[in-house]
Design a protein around this ligand. Structure first.
Ligand SMILES: *Cc1c(COP(=O)(O)O)cnc(C)c1O
Length: 394
């Protein structure tokens, strides 16, 4: 059996008439850039988050650095984030001209560890960017308390968790802004690139609208800006898909629960942890091998048997050669949890349109591999999940 990692075409086939109708409406309108479909989708996206504003932009990376720029953060400023996220989180800080400061992640959630943020703050620190990694929210109330205490700005990188929430909090409400990505592989994805910022702040809304469109507020009137817009065709695709996002996330949660039940007895791997009160929407279902040397072996075994397993992310950002060291980045404390995650992570196929027999086939393969290695399995959690528990996961 073959099990793909993504189900883009299955998803398109399921709601083809709705997507095609919106695309046709855009094509026939003659209005393709900053037209009525974009306006409609922005209103729907803001309503979905319960925020006052939503601004469509070119992609998820632009969404982050445009938010930083709208907050006046740039050269000489430090922005705290973590190293086991997708490269773009740090890249956006770098594009804004600021310095990324990496603190370690929580061993259970893999999101930024709130206990380690304060020690990383210096007089240059201007903002914190928590990432709702893999589909589970970071501990926003704890992070907001720190931000408020030190007068720091807060931007949520929500590229992976649209539709998630934490106990008593929603995305976009405890921060200056939350940014998202609509590249096809995200939970809400278009057939190409796209991104957005949601915010309750009218100043942020106005600043990002201006920055995304050549610094223009009226025809022929410009100040400093860029070109980073969400095209109306993409807005039409996203408007059709947004109606389904909660049901799709529920399906992801169903497959995650099936994986977790099926793999519970495995002794060679640690399973993802959903904290109480959180709605994890499983952008990714990431298991961690209890020995780093097992990771590539397990991925190869799955791939050889037809399962498209991947790793997110096998090189932590501070280990990337391309990252601008010195002015561009700084490490605060040890990053042992992030490094162990990079060494041990394996992502199993996860998309709403998976079928039960596909999930069961993946479970069967992992169990087979586990049985071959169980005798060598260390007692207790592996290195990626055995770090000291922090305030969010204790
Ligand atoms: C995908 C992603 C981004 C970047 O989004 P693009 O649309 O590819 O620019 C940023 N941060 C995280 C955590 C992501 O997963």
């Amino acid at each position: 059996m073959k099990v793909e990692f993504y189900g883009h075409v299955r998803q398109y086939d399921n709601i083809r008439s709705e997507i095609d109708a919106n695309m046709q409406a855009v094509l026939r309108s003659g209005s393709y850039v900053q037209g009525p479909m974009l306006k409609r989708f922005e209103a729907e996206l803001a309503a979905y988050h319960g925020t006052k504003h939503a601004i469509g932009v070119g992609n998820g990376t632009d969404a982050i650095w445009l938010a930083l720029m709208a907050l006046g953060i740039g050269p000489g400023d430090e922005v705290i984030t973590h190293a086991n996220t997708f490269f773009a989180t740090a890249e956006a800080i770098w594009i804004a001209g600021a310095t990324a400061v990496f603190v370690d992640c929580c061993p259970k959630t893999k999101c930024i560890c709130p206990d380690r943020i304060e020690a990383a703050i210096t007089p240059k620190t201007k903002a914190i960017i928590p990432v709702h990694l893999y589909g589970q929210c970071a501990d926003m109330p704890a992070i907001k308390r720190i931000a408020d205490k030190h007068s720091l700005r807060l931007i949520e990188d929500n590229a992976q968790a649209i539709g998630a929430h934490g106990p008593g909090f929603k995305i976009g409400h405890l921060s200056d802004a939350a940014t998202t990505s609509f590249i096809i592989q995200k939970n809400l994805g278009t057939f190409g690139d796209g991104g957005a910022v949601v915010t309750n702040c009218p100043k942020m809304d106005a600043a990002i609208r201006k920055l995304r469109n050549h610094g223009s507020t009226a025809r022929n009137v410009h100040s400093y800006g860029f070109n980073s817009r969400l095209d109306d065709l993409h807005a039409g695709v996203l408007s059709a898909k947004l109606k389904h996002i909660d049901a799709w996330n529920d399906l992801r949660r169903r497959w995650a629960a099936r994986y977790t039940a099926g793999l519970q007895a495995c002794r060679t791997i640690d399973l993802p942890v959903e904290l109480p009160g959180y709605r994890h929407i499983f952008h990714l279902y990431v298991i961690e091998t209890k020995k780093p040397e097992w990771r590539d072996e397990l991925v190869d075994f799955l791939v050889k048997n037809g399962v498209d397993a991947k790793t997110h992310y096998s090189i932590a950002i501070h280990k990337q050669e391309g990252y601008p060291w010195g002015k561009g980045a700084r490490i605060a404390g040890s990053l042992t949890n992030a490094e162990a995650n990079a060494a041990c992570c394996v992502s199993l196929p996860m998309f709403p349109e998976l079928r039960e027999d596909e999930v069961d086939y993946v479970i069967e393969l992992v169990k087979k591999w586990d049985a071959q290695h169980a005798a060598q399995a260390p007692a207790g959690k592996g290195p990626a999940q055995s770090g000291a528990l922090c305030s969010c996961c204790r």
